[in-house]
Design a protein around this ligand. Structure first.
Ligand code: GAP
Length: 441
């Protein structure tokens, strides 16, 4: 594992962002749990995406469809029959299996043995519904969330009186039996997606493809990803997913190279027309003004929550050799700063009494903490020197540190320290809630 990646992996565990799943049983391949800080950051990320879709944009409504669906769905969607399979090769000596596109020549990367010819391996995860395990009870865990959207297209049009162009968005779990899950949160077997399907008149699809491409890039930049960490890659015709007429990857510069975090797909009428054919239900839209009946074309934006989480973390994770404060001459050990966007930051505010052995300081600090914790994710910390406590908070990206010092006892105020500039200013305690609300909104 690259050194910078392993630093992030160990930071995530040490500071409560990500834990290996089933760790006490030796873990479980490519599955991860989000710790107390990880889940806050992940929830912020999902909420920001949801708000971007349903509040910042007009004409997009939400949905939360089931993970388990009628198995016929996956025949219609092409996931059982067509291209939803990776090429797999197996080592004839050690019998390890690899994705064909990830091995060079025909040599096993583990033992140097020779490899079999590539064969197709379907990525659908199987399960059984009910007490009998046979062909008839076979079901699948969804590999993408969007199929639930297509199945509910008619329901949404009718119940919400939606007219193209409009969108339906959804956040939810997806599962793929990946041959080689790897690179921490990058390729997992259980992951989460945030997908939006934009239904439009066929003639307008190319225009909206361009629109959504630009909008999605803007979203990452707005939330702090640097321009030089993002690039767009047009997917060549021969690599297009089976459902797409045209596709574009938004790629992020991970410590292990450029990789996709989001796909923008022009799916044409592939999904609605196939579900009409397989279910017998007409999913065409009737435009009463133009007296036209047609399958809307779909432009999809699809991002993995875990991949985006990972990208934001990599982008924000900063290592400062020799420490941040230059007030003393001695060279300090390495310090870490999580320079993450304030809306994504898992902890917004830390409340710190200057010292813990003064009853009055501690009492006042606890009062401030109790007042603020109802409004923001807050931490109270009295352990260690104030400098050490600032460093602990900087490491997890806490936006503001509030310190109650001896002046606070006389003036009923506190210092507010900004994570990025380390500048401090005094604010009256009676004004601190409205000050923070303004700064954090
Ligand atoms: N509905 C279209 C679709 O699922 P995709 O390109 O296969 O398209 C979309 O997946 C996004 O889902 C990817 O850009 C990635 O962020 C995320 N994703 C896909 N497979 C993943 C995996 N095995 N682990 C983590 N995230 C994954």
């Amino acid at each position: 594992m690259e050194e910078s990646l392993s630093k992030i992996v160990s930071f995530c565990k040490r500071r409560g962002f990500i834990f290996p799943s089933s760790e006490i049983y030796g873990g479980f391949s490519s599955c991860y749990d989000y710790g107390p800080l990880g889940v806050e950051l992940k929830n912020n990320l999902k909420r920001l995406w949801w708000d971007e879709m349903t509040k910042e944009k007009e004409n997009i409504v939400g949905l939360d469809s089931a993970i388990l669906m009628n198995p016929k769905v996956w025949k219609a969607s092409g996931h059982l029959t067509a291209g939803f399979a990776d090429e797999l090769v197996e080592c004839k000596k050690c019998h390890k299996r690899f994705r064909a596109d990830e091995v060079k020549k025909s040599v096993c990367p583990e033992c140097g043995g020779s490899l079999t010819k590539a064969r197709k391996f379907n990525l659908m995860m199987k399960t059984f519904i009910g007490p009998v395990e046979d062909e008839n009870s076979l079901a699948y865990l969804r590999p993408e969330t969007c199929q639930g959207i297509y199945l509910n297209f008619k329901n949404v049009v009718q119940s919400m009186r939606m007219k193209p162009p409009f969108g339906i968005c959804q956040i939810g779990k997806a599962f793929r039996n990946e041959i080689t899950p790897k690179n921490f949160l990058y390729r997992m077997r259980e992951f989460e997606q945030m997908e939006m399907q934009w239904f439009c008149e066929p003639e307008t699809a190319d225009k909206f493809f361009e629109f959504w491409k630009k909008e999605r890039v803007k979203w990452y930049l707005k939330l702090g990803i640097k321009k030089e960490e993002l690039r767009l890659k047009e997917v060549p015709k021969k690599e297009l997913p089976h459902y797409a007429k045209k596709a574009l990857d938004i790629e992020f510069k991970f410590p292990f190279g450029w990789h996709e975090i989001e796909g923008i797909h022009h799916r044409g009428d592939f999904d609605l027309s196939n579900h009409s054919k397989f279910s017998g239900e007409d999913l065409k839209y009737f435009d009463p003004e133009k007296k036209k009946r047609y399958f809307p074309y779909v432009i999809e934006t699809s991002v993995g929550v875990d991949r985006a989480f990972f990208a934001f973390l990599c982008s924000a994770f900063t290592e400062i050799k020799g420490g941040r404060t230059k007030t003393t001459k001695s060279v300090k050990e390495v310090e870490f700063l999580l320079k993450i966007n304030k809306f994504l930051a898992p902890v917004k505010v830390a409340v710190l009494p200057l010292v813990k052995n003064n009853q009055k300081l501690v009492k006042k600090a606890k009062e401030v903490y109790q007042m603020l914790r109802k409004h923001f994710v807050c931490q109270y910390d009295e352990v260690g020197s104030i400098g050490r406590r600032y460093r602990r908070q900087d490491e997890i990206g806490t936006v503001f540190c509030l310190t109650i010092d001896f002046e606070s006892l006389e003036n009923d105020d506190l210092t507010v320290r900004d994570r990025d500039t380390m500048k401090q200013k005094r604010v009256k305690i009676k004004d601190i809630l409205s000050y923070l609300k303004e700064q954090l909104s």
